[in-house]
Design a protein around this ligand. Structure first.
Ligand code: GCO
Length: 472
């Protein structure tokens, strides 16, 4: 009997500690005025895209294979069998698109290089494709827009795919050759480099959930891929520092190398249930914390009971960041479905708006994610944040509320240097196809015309208000 009493007391105590240690932050997000959203001088205001999603003509990468294949039950991999095809034709229309970025008032553009276009076959470089990216950078600089280049945003050339992609450790070597080539070709324009976009998402969707190529469902394999990506990052950090000796923006620093991390906020669905806390801990640990710890300790370690155990020392990983990019979209409530088929329950928060992706709008999560990444001890850029919706009022509110959350983090002393909205324009949203519209500009896929959406105007106002103030 006494043991039972002790057990109950311990559980209560644990729950109190957990609730205090991981509070679910919330504040009133109504009545935020753009005039109040003031940021330090030199703050970066940008928009982001990625090659496969906007350029078009990506017919030599693993996503091309994926879009043209079917799953075990004969269903297409992308919703309704859609294919990226010409996408937004950004490859040809980049000049007009950069003009659109300028019209927003932005001073930065985050985009990615399509590896399959610049190195269509092993060690064969397509100089025309490299010229293209040089022209993009030149055009940006002419307009006073700083390029932030992502070297790997989910896609690989087919020859890399054929050798097993990042499942195969040899891919790291080829990735480094590609990185060196690009950095040498673009160093006179670019000072801000990101090695990988969302390594955890990439490994999990491709090797565990099977929604991205290669469509595998093995958590240990996903974890190994992740370790290879971290190793590739660590080595690329030094390759980039070795190759980029040119200070493109004249600030005295030749290059800044980072990685882009998607932070998803998890909270227990029932805050009084210890089992939900356990699920929260496992998800948060795998998705967010193990990645942060790996950079702090140089060791990538995952230990999720009943699921996966993995440990690897990654040489050079410690101190391999000059900055970190944060992609933030949503918060998920999680819990244990003891008597359900699906053991892990994932839920939205009642009463909060939901986007067309089915994601809860929770701006406080951006503040929490920024605080979370602070432990890495390097400047942070919000490299993606945005909403897929047809409701322009909601888009406007989303932008105001999230920019406000960034400001809150700044006021708390977090070193946030910039904010990039995802995305400049509607585009190919991977397995979801073209239906989910994140863009500030609406893309009419019949004639590819772009048009500023109503909800995007507030972003323009926020930027203008900050830039005007800096000029005064
Ligand atoms: C990702 C990518 C983007 C997405 C965006 C919206 O997180 O998957 O970085 O390519 O399009 O995040 O889902």
């Amino acid at each position: 009997m006494l043991i039972l009493v002790y057990a109950v007391l311990i559980i209560i105590l644990l729950l109190v500690i957990l609730n205090l240690r991981y509070p679910s932050v919330s504040w009133d997000t109504n009545n935020i005025r753009f005039e109040g959203l003031l940021f330090p001088d030199g703050f970066i205001w940008g928009v982001a895209t990625s090659s496969h999603q906007v350029e078009g003509y990506c017919d030599n990468n693993d996503w091309y294979i994926w879009e043209n294949s079917i799953d075990e039950v004969g269903k297409p991999r992308v919703k309704n069998g859609q294919k990226s095809g010409v996408a937004c034709d950004h490859w040809n229309r980049y000049r007009e698109d950069i003009e659109l970025i300028k019209e927003l008032g932005c001073n930065a553009y985050r985009f990615s290089i399509e590896w399959s276009k610049v190195e269509p076959e092993k060690s064969r470089w397509d100089e025309k494709a490299i010229d293209h990216y040089q022209a993009v950078c030149e055009c940006l600089l002419e307009k006073g827009i700083r390029p932030f280049v992502t070297l790997h945003h989910f896609t690989n050339p087919i020859w890399i795919w054929e050798m097993g992609g990042f499942e195969n450790e040899d891919t790291v070597k080829y990735f480094l050759e590609y990185v060196e080539k690009i950095v040498t070709s673009l160093k006179v324009y670019v000072d801000w480099w990101a090695t990988f976009n969302e390594p955890v998402v990439y490994a999990v969707l491709g090797w565990y959930l099977g929604i991205f190529p290669p469509g595998k469902k093995n958590i240990l394999e996903a974890t190994r891929v992740l370790a290879n990506l971290l190793e590739a990052h660590a080595k690329a950090y030094y390759v980039i520092h070795g190759a980029d000796d040119f200070d493109a923006d004249g600030d005295g620093v030749t290059c800044n190398v980072g990685i882009v991390k998607s932070v998803q906020i998890f909270d227990p669905y029932r805050r009084w249930n210890l089992l939900d806390w356990l699920v929260f801990y496992m998800l948060d640990y795998y998705y967010n914390q193990s990645f942060i710890d790996a950079f702090l300790s140089g060791e990538f370690k995952v230990n999720v009971p009943l699921s996966v155990r993995y440990r690897r020392r990654i040489e050079l990983l410690e101190n391999s960041l000059d900055w970190v990019g944060l992609n933030y979209y949503t918060r998920v409530l999680c819990g244990l479905g003891l008597f359900r088929k699906e053991k892990v329950i994932l839920k939205n928060t009642k009463r909060l708006p939901v986007t067309d992706m089915g994601w809860t709008v929770y701006p406080q999560g951006l503040y929490r994610a920024l605080l979370r990444l602070r432990s890495l001890g390097v400047p942070i850029f919000v490299t993606e944040n945005g909403i897929a919706t047809m409701d322009e009022k909601l888009r406007g509110e989303f932008i105001l509320q999230h920019v406000d959350a960034v400001r809150e983090a700044l006021l708390d002393g977090v070193d946030v240097r910039g904010y990039f909205y995802w995305s400049l324009m509607d585009n190919f949203e991977w397995a979801e196809g073209f239906d989910k519209r994140f863009g500030l500009y609406y893309v009419n896929y019949n004639n590819l015309e772009r048009e500023l959406k109503k909800g995007s105007e507030i972003y323009k106002k926020i930027i203008l208000n900050n830039i005007m103030r800096q000029k005064r």
